[in-house]
Design a protein around this ligand. Structure first.
Ligand code: G3H
Length: 478
């Protein structure tokens, strides 16, 4: 049961010598949809070796040629949007339209990366010595950006294609090789995406894609001596990786508890629209989803009413039907969400809708009058359930936001721009959106988390820079 897919090594599609596969369960049907290879450590070693060899030649390939191949891959990716989107629908229950958007956005991201790369990597620096005390003008320092070597990319299930290419594109344009370990749910979509890079004609071995159980090859990959950089997006695993990884640059984005602070003077229709979009699109399974609403008491009833009216209009069903709310990715995820909901119920939260679940499908739920002793006030459900905490001062809202161990994004709704800026300054999050829900894109914007939300900054330009190091040559005149 389940169509079997091969992994990608040295420019070829291969079956693992393990003879074993990993099942990908369709979140909607809860049946095995596909199977991917359970790669062995020996196979990981081979992929790493091939990447190391291929990278040396790739680093010497002219930048414009690297860009040309990336543009080609981007175009092929867009041409293949339908079959790739179909995998996203079957593997991660992403609504069909959003699945297509993910692939198109990915093609655009790769093209932009190629353009940005030729500009920023085409520039170097010249320094002269006599600006530092005691020096004559006899030393000229030429510096430029050089690749790191082999980049290991580990994207999450919620954007298996987009958050893979946001690592692959920058790595390749900067002259690195790339080893991809896709998430299990989303692995087949990722393999299709890798196939587009294969069709574009990248050199053999430069890109490798290994699949398998994290428990068998996860640590082996992240601690592998052949890895020169790790770019990871996901959950707590990232904290464990950062403790075990060697002395290599790490780029990590590990989720959030994005707060939405609503002031009395806000445009309440705009607020309600953004809470619904921010909290419930892709059933809340986005690291940038609104995960806690902090509303001034005076407008709380009005906002809750408006949000409830909109939630009542959301469609709940299958991703094939383009339902707004679709099954969450796994049964264990649904169980976790349910645990948070039950805890809040027991501690006295008001349920604005009836809690309903069928299999992995959870109906949208707004929880009002949530208090700090409830788990849902702090934990990330990654599902279509959203807590509302009523506040009596802006300071209370900022305090709740800053007491979180996360600090990815946040948003504030007010018509007073001065207040908005002051609140943004006070919020300990990587990005604060004024009068809009949190979002990573446009993809060239910097994207970063504070505290447990991550290390480093992403976004196309930042990722290219992060995947390079500075190399200097000093000319010493007599
Ligand atoms: O899930 C994490 C993603 O980086 C969020 O991206 O804001 O485009 O949904 P998004």
């Amino acid at each position: 049961d389940g169509e079997v897919y091969k992994y990608y090594a040295d420019g070829e599609w291969r079956a693992s010598a393990s003879g074993k596969t990993v099942a990908i369960v369709n979140p909607t049907t809860r049946q095995t949809q596909y199977r991917v290879q359970a790669c062995t450590q020996e196979e990981v070693n081979k992929v790493m070796e091939a990447a190391k060899v291929a990278q040396k030649a790739w680093a010497r390939t002219p930048l414009w040629k690297r860009a040309e191949l990336l543009h080609k891959a981007a175009a092929i990716l867009k041409e293949h949007k339908t079959p790739i989107a179909e995998c996203l629908v079957k593997e991660i229950a992403k609504p069909a339209k959003d699945a297509v958007s993910e692939v198109v956005r990915s093609g655009d991201l790769v093209s932009y990366t190629a353009e940005e790369g030729v500009r920023i990597l085409g520039e170097g620096k010249l320094l002269v010595s006599d600006s530092f005390p005691g020096n004559e003008r006899n030393k000229y320092c030429l510096s430029s950006k050089v690749p790191l070597g082999v980049v290991l990319a580990i994207p999450p299930f919620n954007y298996p294609v987009n958050l893979a290419v946001s690592k692959i594109g920058p790595a390749l344009i900067a002259g690195n090789a790339l080893v991809l370990k896709p998430p299990t749910q989303g692995a087949v979509a990722a393999l299709h995406m890798v196939h587009c890079f294969h069709l574009a004609g990248f050199p053999k071995g430069l890109i490798g894609c290994v699949t398998g159980k994290g428990s068998e090859i996860g640590d082996f990959l992240t601690m592998h001596p052949g890895v020169n950089c790790i770019s990871f997006t996901g959950g707590d695993t990232g904290i464990a990786i950062s403790k075990k990884a060697g002395m290599v640059p790490l780029q990590m984005e590990l989720g959030g508890k994005d707060a939405c602070i609503v002031l009395e003077d806000a445009d309440l229709d705009l607020v309600a629209a953004n809470i619904v979009k921010g909290g419930f699109s892709y059933s809340g399974q986005r690291c940038t989803a609104v995960k806690v609403v902090l509303i001034m008491e005076a407008v709380a009833d009005a906002v809750v009413e408006k949000v409830n009216a909109k939630l009542g209009k959301l469609t709940v069903g299958t991703p094939e039907d383009n339902s707004d709310i679709t099954p969450v990715v796994t049964e264990s995820s649904a169980n976790f969400i349910e645990g948070l909901v039950i805890d809040a119920k027991e501690k006295g939260a008001t349920f604005c809708q009836e809690y309903k679940r069928e299999g992995n499908l959870i109906w949208p739920l707004l929880l009002d009058h949530v208090r700090p002793d409830m788990r849902i006030a702090w934990e990330e459900p990654f599902g279509p359930v959203l807590p509302v905490i009523r506040i009596n001062s802006v300071e209370e809202g900022i305090h709740h936001c800053n007491a979180s161990n996360f600090g990815l994004q946040g948003c504030v709704f007010t018509r007073d721009i001065n207040k908005a800026i002051m609140i943004s300054d006070a919020m300990e999050s990587g990005t604060v959106q004024i009068n809009s829900a949190p979002a990573r894109g446009p993809d060239h914007f910097p994207f970063q988390g504070l505290k447990d939300s991550g290390i480093g900054s992403q976004g196309i330009t930042n990722s290219i820079n992060m995947m390079t190091k500075v190399k200097s040559t000093v000319i010493n005149l007599p």
